[in-house]
Design a protein around this ligand. Structure first.
Ligand code: SAH
Length: 248
């Protein structure tokens, strides 16, 4: 049980598997005015940077669930490194349908809303683990400007234009689901570059270390195509942000 291998290879050196820098992640943690001992649930927790740094900086307690064995191991190592292994736990597994046994003050899904079958389904899933008055966090792409064709949307790794909304429509969609948007932190082109361009050096190093691996052809093709594709499509058309929501 694991995610497609290309992510475990190309993002093996990422601490944050989304277009946020450490500074933006810290800005979000501060913006939420977290009280010590708040329970935070994170579905698709990746390498655990959100929970580990917020445990260090704000004294929260957290549980992360992630399907990548590698990322989950990295998250546990990071917790030990930051001295918060007694405050956060990382579960390796499928987060689809995951409901916490103890309700959380913050329930998050950052960059993995397919876990609940899309934004609305993920909000419904997270809400089942949230205590009354708690905050949901949803990390999701939006269109900076509408792609002129389906081909452009696919260049951004979307299946179609309808996969994402413009920012104003995404914000309005939360209201239609009866959630107030109470905070947000958005990626910008520089922070997108940290996520995307860091993959290129990781892939190049992996290729040098694994020239005879069966997977090398696929990694080589991705490394060759990725920079130009990114500059043409994602960097021009795709925004990304984390939205904090409270039930109306
Ligand atoms: N929230 C993290 C990771 C985002 S990347 C961060 O922002 O850094 C998407 C993550 O979802 C990856 O870590 C991937 O392993 C995980 N994932 C994909 N499908 C999943 C599933 N069904 N259940 C749990 N995690 C999943």
């Amino acid at each position: 049980m694991d995610i497609p291998r290309i992510f475990n290879v190309s993002e093996s050196a990422h601490r944050i598997h989304d277009p946020f820098t450490p500074e933006k992640l810290a800005t979000l943690g501060a913006a939420l005015r977290l009280e010590p001992e708040t329970r935070v649930l994170d579905l698709g927790s990746g390498s655990g940077e959100l929970l580990c740094t917020w445990a260090r900086d704000h004294g929260i307690r957290g549980t992360g669930v992630d399907l990548s064995q590698l990322f989950t191991e990295q998250a546990r190592r990071r917790a030990a490194e930051l001295g918060v292994a007694d405050r956060v736990e990382f579960v390796h597994g499928d987060a689809a349908g995951y409901v916490a046994s103890e309700k959380a003050g913050v329930a998050a899904c950052v960059g993995a809303t397919w876990i609940g079958g899309g934004v609305a389904g993920t909000i419904a899933l997270l809400a089942r683990s949230l205590r009354a008055g708690g905050i949901l966090l949803v990390g999701e792409p939006y269109w900076l400007k509408l792609p002129p064709s389906e081909e452009v949307a696919q260049g951004c790794h979307a299946a179609s234009i309808s996969d994402f909304l413009l920012l104003r429509d995404l914000l309005a969609s939360f209201g239609k689901l009866r959630w107030d948007v109470v905070e947000m932190v958005l990626a910008d082109p520089d922070s997108w570059d940290r996520y995307e361009a860091a993959r290129w050096l990781t892939m190049r190093r992996w290729l040098e270390a694994n020239p005879d691996d069966d997977f090398a052809k696929e990694v080589r093709a991705e490394l060759t195509a990725a920079p130009e594709r990114y500059a043409t499509f994602t960097r021009e058309y795709l925004g990304w942000g984390v939205f904090a929501l409270m039930a109306r």
